[in-house]
Design a protein around this ligand. Structure first.
Ligand code: 6PG
Length: 242
């Protein structure tokens, strides 16, 4: 059973996620000298990122030892309003002293397959060429109301990618190209933290957590870290059916 923690609203949920970030960053930096975290996109994490930039949290984090990656990206340029990088840049990264070299953006502006290959190479340079999978210290994930997470969409080609760390695929439903960490990459992480907020997510959250395993329809069910922890931070509205 995954660990599910309920909070009254998105703000108390975001504060809990920010505290977890600070604690994990301190522990990982003490243990192995850096903290590798993959950000999720969409709208839910924006208040978390903004919180991390405030005086309550930013001074408690050794930003020069934090390496930020993304779990997925839209295939758009970094200045495009759909860019997950852009959202995190304005909410957090432009407001804290994190070295540019520590920000590992997926190049959404490049041809998708090329961008996926480039990102996989960047991950291999960071986590080691001989590593079987990237071992992120923390991966944030969201949950789409169709059961997707990162850019692992229902019935998409990305779900059957089992060897690559990163893949690019055309999401027929949205008629867009996306870049995403593959399920095995995510499942190799030391800590996976879902943030789920709002009544629109209540039904899909109940299915993901309680319905029979059906990964093609509910890709978020594929997330089951081999070694690491899996925790769901949900607000009352999203968690009303569980
Ligand atoms: C993306 C995200 C995606 C997101 C969910 C939830 O690129 O859109 O990575 O997986 O986490 O779609 O999005 P919301 O937080 O906007 O509901």
């Amino acid at each position: 059973m995954d660990k599910v923690m309920k909070f009254s609203d998105i703000y108390t949920l975001s504060r809990a996620a920010a505290e977890r970030f600070v604690t994990l960053a301190r522990e990982c930096i003490e243990e192995h000298g850096h903290f590798s975290v993959a950000f999720s996109g969409g709208s839910t994490p924006e208040s978390l990122y903004a919180l991390l930039a405030t005086d309550t949290y930013a001074p408690r984090i050794e930003w020069d030892k934090v390496h930020v990656f993304w779990g997925d990206e839209r295939c758009v340029p970094p200045k495009n309003t759909d860019s997950n990088y852009r959202m995190a840049h304005y909410a957090l990264l432009d407001l804290v002293d994190i070295p540019e070299a520590n920000i590992h953006r997926m190049r959404g502006e490049d041809p998708p397959e090329e961008a996926a290959a480039t990102y996989e190479q960047e991950l291999r340079e960071f986590f080691g060429e001989k590593a079987a999978w990237p071992r992120f210290d923390l991966i944030f994930l969201g949950l789409g109301d169709d059961g997707h997470t990162a850019s692992l969409f229902p019935n998409s080609d990305a779900l059957s990618v089992t060897k690559d760390w990163v893949t690019a695929h055309y999401v027929k439903l949205l008629r867009v190209w996306r870049l995403t960490l593959t399920a095995p990459s995510i499942n190799a992480a030391n800590n996976v933290l879902f943030l789920v907020s709002g009544s629109k997510k209540a039904s899909v959250l109940q299915k993901v957590l309680q319905a029979p395993y059906s990964p093609d329809d509910l890709p978020a069910q594929m997330i089951n870290p081999i070694h690491g922890s899996l925790v769901w931070l949900v607000d009352e509205e999203a968690g009303e059916l569980i």
